[in-house]
Design a protein around this ligand. Structure first.
Ligand SMILES: [Zn+2]
Length: 435
């Protein structure tokens, strides 16, 4: 890609030349004052800076419903700014920041702090997720209403990292958010079934002698929660769904008309529990990597729409929390800077499907009206340009995240993010962060 100035540095906006919007025929996109003002062939640049997008695909800016930014509390692993930069480099224009920070995002004060830090960084829209229970302790409901009414306007609540295991509390949370059409995003893990668990329970865990995390611990909670959501008439979102059995529970619930959506992570679409045999803690994650049969079922469910979206569960960890024995390592993997490439590896160039699962539907679930729409005249210019022909080998040291725990180190993956625009301003150009 080349960038040239046609008519001075202060020209109005950008002219993107020859981008294939979601894989359609090439078109030009003229961007000014934060919005797409015109599309068509051979548009007059009118002094705008020209971005040559020959051969590139334009997608609506990606939206991640599940990001751990670690600030406040673990700024050694990630900050709102470094995570925002990683997101922009991954093609994202909006991320939802999980609540398991320190302090926990369980008050209006903390969610507003995260929201403000996101605005100051200005690289993606950072939408805080509020905790369901005080301190993620699973005992008392947090101030859901105060967080919803705060400047951050929280709509998604989650104790992610922990399951809201108490069914009475889960019911009350679902009832509470119904008033403002909020969503409870559940980390589905029956804690009594996963005590001491180190990896997926199955043949590989038996062979390695590691305590297993059985699929039923996830499936039982999802089954309970879809029934609760149906009973209350409220919205449930299932975080990082990981088993074939969970897909069947979800299929049943959707057929009944339950208001439930679900996400799958890139790593659960690509990697299996065989990776644990290396004892490399970079492959330790919660929920754990599952079997090849689960991976196949998850891919099929994503294509079919039983699973609604891809979410990264980007979980940066400092070196000392990952470069240690498997048993002591914290679970979690980086995801923002590699998600689209993994999806291209898994799905191929199915742009319409990718736009739906990685941008439009997550934006709709989160209520982010400015995101998740194909670039068109009058709409906010939130978009990313992808080079589908490029291949890149993942080098942990080159990532913008403060952490290095990517499970794809050394792997060559298709696709490269060339540019990302947030409200008409580039956050990434020529594959590099602008700020
Ligand atoms: Zn989780």
């Amino acid at each position: 890609m080349t960038e040239s100035t046609a008519g001075g540095d202060t020209g109005p906006g950008y002219l993107i030349r020859g981008a294939r919007v979601v894989g359609a025929e090439p078109t030009d996109l003229l961007i000014s004052d934060g919005v797409v003002v015109e599309t068509g062939r051979r548009l007059d640049a009118r002094g705008a800076r020209v971005v040559d997008a020959d051969g590139l695909v334009a997608l609506p800016g990606l939206v991640d419903l599940h990001t751990h930014l670690r600030e406040p509390g673990r700024e050694d692993a990630e900050t709102v700014e470094s995570g925002s930069r990683a997101a922009a480099l991954g093609g994202y224009t909006a991320v939802c920041a999980m609540a398991n920070t320190s302090p926990v995002a369980d008050t209006a004060g903390v969610v507003e702090q995260v929201w403000r830090l996101g605005r100051e960084a200005g690289l993606v829209d950072v939408q805080p997720i509020g905790a369901v229970t005080v301190g993620l302790a699973g005992e008392h409901l947090a101030e859901l209403g105060a967080m919803a009414e705060s400047a951050a306007r929280v709509r998604i609540f989650s104790d992610d990292g922990h399951c809201v295991a108490d069914p009475r509390l889960m019911r009350r949370a679902l009832e509470y958010v119904k008033a403002f059409d909020g969503v409870i995003a559940q980390h589905a893990e029956e804690p009594r079934l996963t005590e001491g668990a180190q990896m997926h329970e199955g043949e590989v865990s038996t062979r390695l002698g590691l305590t297993g995390w059985p699929a039923v611990a996830e499936e039982a909670i999802i089954a309970r929660d879809v029934l609760l959501a149906e009973h209350v008439g409220s919205r449930l979102h299932v975080c990082h769904l990981s088993t074939a059995g969970s897909v069947e529970v979800l299929r049943h619930a959707k057929a009944r008309g339950v208001r439930v959506t679900a996400e799958v992570t890139p790593h659960h679409l690509l990697l299996t529990d065989e990776r644990a045999a290396s004892y490399d803690p970079v492959f330790k994650v919660n929920p754990p990597l599952r079997t090849g049969a689960d991976v196949t079922a998850l891919r099929e469910a994503l294509v079919e729409g039983i699973i609604d979206i891809v979410a990264t569960d980007h979980a940066p960890h400092a070196l000392e929390d990952k470069e240690c024995e498997w048993g002591y390592a914290r679970p979690g993997m980086l995801g923002l800077e590699t998600a689209l490439s993994v999806l291209l590896a898994v799905l191929g160039e199915r742009w319409e499907l990718i736009a739906e699962r990685m941008s439009r539907t997550p934006a709709r679930i989160a209520g982010l009206a400015e995101h998740g729409r194909n670039p068109a005249p009058g709409l906010p210019a939130n978009l990313t340009l992808v080079d589908p022909a490029a291949r890149r080998t993942i080098e942990p040291g080159e990532l913008a995240s403060r952490s290095r725990n990517t499970p794809y180190a050394g792997l060559t993956l298709p696709g490269r993010i060339v540019a990302t625009f947030l409200r008409g301003e580039p956050t990434v150009l020529d594959g590099k962060a602008v700020r």
